[in-house]
Design a protein around this ligand. Structure first.
Ligand code: SF4
Length: 324
């Protein structure tokens, strides 16, 4: 008997694998990849568990879902119920290809406020293709029996009945299984991050979900200059380099005058004269000059042209209204 495990790499998903492995079920790990979350923790977990890991990028389907998640967003831009539902639906479509008969997840009843309440778990199943093939080994005894249990593919009696937010039972199980290395819960998803969510909301309202624009949200300070133009300013050397690497053909790069220390700025969008002046003013805030001083910001335009735009360095209040 073989199953696919939705493997985030967190402790719950590791334990879910261990519980069914203990019954002789062969497990293949499956993790999903988007610009918002990646395979890092799952790779580590799969290595520790000694199982094969499938990394599946489903960004296009994810973007489509993000436009109008049926169960809405959580505290930030995290559509957890729809996210899990989409993962399960996609995973279900992969069962045959990988010779697996059912899915397992590390969900625990009542552990998370949105997706893991009883109604949240049921909502996730509504979005999954075949709810009867989704086994949650950690809370199975508190849930309706699924096909793998009814058919005897796994022994329901040997599954668990965990619930609630406390982590003690999981930590105890981890000790019993000799698992010492696992990430803290709820890490690793940018959609739960307040600052990233604010930027993403702004992007959705203006440019929409575009992969290279989302990558840019992970860097620097962001300013919305007009409906179609944004300025991003690096916060350190590494971000300056990453901004330069992220430059697209139509982007403008801003730099301080040669004699002044300062960051790199990236201006994306059809910036007219007024918007460029605004960008120079905001950019100058991060150059090594006192507020109120004049400096000439260098603009590297598309097609190799250059320009200088003068700006008077503002204080923080002078740029706050554009900051995202
Ligand atoms: S925290 Fe992120 S990855 Fe996890 S279910 Fe929510 S949206 Fe999906």
């Amino acid at each position: 008997m073989r199953c696919l495990a939705l493997l985030s790499g967190g402790l719950d998903s590791i334990l879910a694998v261990k519980v069914v492995q203990a019954q002789g079920v062969e497990v293949t790990g499956l993790c999903f990849v988007t610009p918002f979350f990646g395979p890092g923790a799952a790779r580590k977990a799969a290595k520790q568990l000694g199982i094969t890991l499938i990394e599946h990028d489903f960004t296009d389907a994810y973007f489509e879902m993000m436009k109008a998640p049926r169960y809405g967003f959580g505290g930030n831009m995290n559509p957890c119920i729809d996210c899990h539902g989409l993962m399960m639906k996609t995973a279900h479509g992969m069962l045959d290809r990988h010779g697996a008969s059912f899915l397992i997840t590390g969900e625990v009843l009542g552990e998370r406020p949105m997706s893991q309440t009883r109604s949240g778990l049921n909502a996730v199943l509504k979005l999954a293709a075949d709810r009867d093939l989704v086994l949650r080994p950690l809370s199975a005894k508190l849930l309706d029996p699924t096909k793998p249990e009814r058919e005897g593919w796994v022994d329901r009696e040997k599954l668990l009945g965990l619930s609630g937010r406390g982590r003690k039972p999981q930590e105890e199980l981890a000790r019993q299984y000799g698992i010492a290395d696992y990430p803290q819960p709820a890490g690793g998803c940018l959609l739960t991050d307040v600052k990233f969510s604010r930027r993403l909301k702004d992007l959705l309202a203006h440019e929409g979900l575009v992969r290279h624009d989302i990558e840019l949200l992970k860097l620097g300070r962001h300013f919305r200059l007009d409906r179609r133009t944004k300025l991003v300013v690096g916060r350190n050397q590494s971000e300056n380099e990453r901004l330069l690497a992220a430059r697209l053909a139509g982007d403008i790069v801003l730099r301080p005058p040669l004699e002044v220390k300062g960051p790199v700025g990236l201006l994306r969008g059809p910036a007219g004269e007024q918007t460029r002046s605004l960008a120079a003013m905001i950019f100058s805030r991060y150059c090594d000059r006192a507020a109120g001083q004049q400096l000439a910001v260098n603009f590297s335009l598309p097609a190799g042209e250059r320009a200088e735009i003068g700006a008077v360095k503002p204080d923080d209040d002078g740029i706050a209204r554009w900051m995202i």
